[in-house]
Each structure stands twice: as C-alpha cells, then as structure tokens.
Design a protein around this ligand. Structure first.
Ligand SMILES: CC(C)(COP(=O)(O)OP(=O)(O)OC[C@H]1O[C@@H](n2cnc3c(N)ncnc32)[C@H](O)[C@@H]1OP(=O)(O)O)[C@@H](O)C(=O)NCCC(=O)NCCS
Length: 153
C-alpha cells in the first residue's frame, strides 16, 4: 500500500525496537507488560494479520495493533509521529486494520482511550462513536494491583 512517501505494511517481529521508540513519545499510548519483547511477539503471533506499521525511508513513523477473540475486535497502539500528523496516515492505518478485521468476519471493534485524549476527535471523524452506557472495569491478574495511575490499559 502506498501513500505518497509513506508506506504501510503488516507489522513484523523485527519492527519491535522502532515501535517502542515511537510509542514512548506519546503519553496516551500506555506501555504495559504486554509490550515486553515476549508479549509483543506473542500478540503478533496470534494477531499479525491485524497489525500494521507506516514507515518513511525505513523509519517507523506510525503503528496500529489489533486483534480479536472471534466476537469483537480490539485496537491498540495507534500512533503517528508528530511530524507526519494531519496528513492521513492515522486514517490509512485504521482503514487497514478495520478492513482486516472485517475480512475476518468481525462485526464490531472496541478501543480504550483516556477521556482527555484529543485523539477522540480523530476517532469520531473516522466513524467511531463514544459509549455513554458502559463503564470499563479492570482487574490485575499478574503483578501490582491497581494504583490509579496511567501505567495500565
Ligand atoms: C490520533 C493520531 C494517530 C491521528 O493520526 P493522523 O495521521 O494525524 O490522523 P489523520 O491525518 O488521518 O487525521 C484524520 C482526521 O482527524 C483529525 N485529527 C487527527 N488527530 C486529531 C487530534 N489529535 N485532535 C483533533 N482532530 C484530529 C485530522 O485533523 C483529520 O481531520 P480532517 O479530515 O478534517 O482534516 C495521531 O494524532 C497520534 O498519533 N496521536 C497520539 C497518539 C494517541 O493518542 N493515539 C491514540 C491512543 S488510543
């Protein structure tokens, strides 16, 4: 897939370091134990067909990860490097992952986003709607209990 000089392709294991570099730039992109090298490889092993990177001249400048449990799709780690924002890369990444989920027969996808993240406007523009009828509940199964900080998703 080509979009001016921005190329989008499926995510692969060796993208890991470039992706961590990108994700660390954004407070809204929480990094958890699932983002360890093993966690990353495990997720890609199951869901590689739904995860995409954007790159310019071999440098990773955008990402989206998604997976499904055969009922619903879930989106993680959408990010576009600041210098490239506002040029359609986020839309192209979401379109790639939404198409892949749709082709797998997934009828609906969800994502979690901090309520003060400006990216909510981006999602609304690209067809996502906010839910006012649902609260998210979480339970830590491995590691520290909930600390009320932004170190979890
Ligand atoms: C959200 C994000 C991926 C959007 O990527 P992008 O490449 O800039 O998006 P696009 O260029 O495809 O934008 C599509 C539309 O959304 C709008 N938009 C994008 N980001 C926006 C923002 N933060 N606030 C308001 N509108 C935004 C664009 O203006 C554009 O609108 P237009 O079609 O009327 O011009 C990018 O801003 C980002 O990486 N944000 C930080 C990481 C983050 O918070 N990710 C979400 C974690 S849940």
């Amino acid at each position: 897939m080509m979009r001016s000089s921005v190329l989008i392709r499926r995510m692969i294991n060796t993208d890991y370091e470039g992706l961590v570099c990108l994700w660390k730039k954004f407070a809204g992109n929480t990094m958890t134990g699932a983002d360890s090298p093993e966690g990353f490889r495990g997720f890609l092993g199951k869901n590689g067909g739904f995860c995409f990177v954007a790159f310019v001249n071999d440098r990773i400048v955008g990402s989206v990860m998604a997976g499904h449990d055969s009922r619903r799709g879930y989106i993680y780690h959408l990010a576009v490097d600041e210098f490239l924002q506002g040029k359609g890369t986020g839309t192209a990444l979401m379109s790639a992952t939404e198409s892949a989920l749709r082709n797998a027969g997934i009828e609906k996808a969800h994502l979690f986003i901090y309520s003060d993240n400006m990216a909510i406007r981006f999602y609304e523009k690209t067809g996502w709607h906010r839910r006012h009828d649902i609260e998210v509940m979480s339970k830590v199964l491995i590691g520290e209990q909930y600390l009320g900080t932004r170190t979890e998703e």
